[in-house]
Design a binder for this molecule. Sequence first.
Ligand code: KG4
Ligand code: ZN
Length: 330
Amino acid sequence: MLLSIESSCDDSSIAITKIDTNELIYHKKISQELEHSVYGGVVPELAARLHIEALPKILEECKEYFKDLKAIAVTSTPGLSVTLMEGVTMAKALSLSLDIPLIAVNHLKGHIYSLFIEEDTKMPITVLLVSGGHTQIIEVKSLNDMKIVGSTSDDSFGESFDKVAKMLELGYPGGPIVQEYSSAGDENRFDFPIPLRQSPNIEFSYSGLKNAVRVQILKLGELSLQDKKDICASFQKTAVAHLIMKLKKYFKQQSPVRFAIVGGASANLHLRKQIDILLKQFNCDELLLADLKYCSDNAAMIGRVAIEQYKQNDFVGIDEIDIAPRVKEL
Ligand code: KG4
Ligand code: ZN
């Protein structure tokens, strides 16, 4: 078995996975959404302190598996340095005391492998990763052959929902609340500009849209509940339209046979619906989605990647493990 740890942002999570069958034996996650909600976003130092409390609590429940463990896996990149550090420190201590090797896992690969937790899936897959930290199109051929072919030059898709929610004082995380408000709003009331509409490049940008929303809020002054719902709906429509417009360009060039959406923001229903329509237009009939419980950050997806790394003897020395807040390549 493998024990995997995830602490790259505001979720403390540990999983135990069987190496030969991929079976998830144990999985627990403690989210910090409530604690960060008052600040309208994740406060790194607070997140780190909460990981220090939560991770040992979860680990306590895993003790019965210690004797069966063959390796310890941990997210080492990308993420918040101070929170990654908490998981990595725990992983190092376990690796030393149990005398088993360490596996350093890339969080983005974890999101991709969330597709493989409950079933085996064929490759190649073109993956849209939409989370609080990332908006990327990734061509996945194998564990060691993944290429980022489009990404955001500023804010991410999920982050833009968080920021709009913060401007409207709706709490954190913004995605689910903005989606809920949108369902009762008029998406055509405000005409927000679709980002990078004229650019031929496959790249994303959300800072301009966020600013357009900010200007609209200032213009309205005092906001009624309906104003907020209409802003959410108009924003969501535009944020998704931007993704779809760029994906359309990608599909025209590449005609992928299999497509997947992963990451916390892949839970967005409007996005799922629009992607469905897009795939039909391009005769791509395989849309893969991870179970909702594995869309947001979790250790089960980290464990699933780690199984593949274990089979490749991809271990890292205790003094060699690098904590890197950002990654350019996979
Ligand atoms: O993958 P994740 O749990 O954490 C990161 O690795 O960032 O993604 C969390 C992000 C947050 O920004 C949250 O607002 C967004 O995903 N999100 C959504 C929805 N549910 C979560 N964004 C849009 N619509 C949703 N339904
Ligand atoms: Zn994530």
